[in-house]
Ligand binder design. Sequence first.
Ligand code: B12
Length: 229
Amino acid sequence: MVTGEKKQEILERLKNAVIQYDEDTAKDASKEALDIGMDPNDAIFNGLVSGMEEVGRLFEAQEYFVPELLMCADALYAGLDILKPHVKKMDLGVRGSVVIGTVEGDVHDIGKNIVKMMFDVAGFTVYDLGRDVPLDKFVEEQMKTDSDLVCLSAMMTTTMVGMKKVIEELKTKNPNVKIMIGGAPVSQDIAEKWGADGYAKDANNALKDAINMISSLKKLKEEAEARKS
Ligand code: B12
């Protein structure tokens, strides 16, 4: 039985491990979270990710610089590697296929990888293109895999504009494909303006929206098939 106090203590350790770029503590606290039966999702979002949010504030305050950010990311990944395989698989009744990646010029991949993890646990087939992905590659991969959904991540105002090009090209080549965008500088307004089908502010909402989009896409496909026969 996990006491609230013990859980809180582990969450604090996970958070501080990321802030203090301490990979060993990130690993130890992640293992302990699993040992005491904590929900790995809780440890990821309220521990590791919460630490990275604080790191963002330290960067803005010019207390941290790029080298610190890189080490904080390493600590986050050290914990994530341990927790991720234990996140419970969900059967939500909808299985889809998704192409995902961080757009060209942008190497931020933590958020994208967390969104990907949610799709994995929901049993989706995920084609992960990685980070700094040439814009044409998203279109190429969607055509090759005939995926239901394309997910674009961008963390910088300078790179997010690449999404607009990908959306335009994808919609021209395949009007049926659904496109979802996300990342810190992106918003619902931008998604609507650029013609994306969805925007989600975090990984949990990304999964919810993806399920809705894929369900409606499958329904449309079934109706089209029924009309043909
Ligand atoms: C860690 C970090 C880095 C690391 C990245 C390591 C890695 N492997 O990812 C490193 C050190 C490489 C880095 C480099 C740089 N960074 Co940086 N970085 C950050 C930082 C601190 C945290 C980002 C993060 O991982 N957050 C945690 C995750 C979990 O959150 P998230 O990414 O937002 O993802 C969630 C949601 O956004 C959403 N989401 C994300 N993607 C998607 C996709 C879809 C489809 C959906 C639906 C949802 C979704 O779901 C996610 C999970 O819930 C942010 C600060 C911040 N506030 O975001 C700056 C930040 C993004 N970086 C910034 C800058 C400026 C840089 C550099 C230019 C710095 C420099 N001088 O070199 C370089 C650029 C390198 C490049 N070409 O890309 C700026 C960008 C400013 C801007 N408006 O353009 C920020 C905002 C910091 C700041 N306040 O100035 N950075």
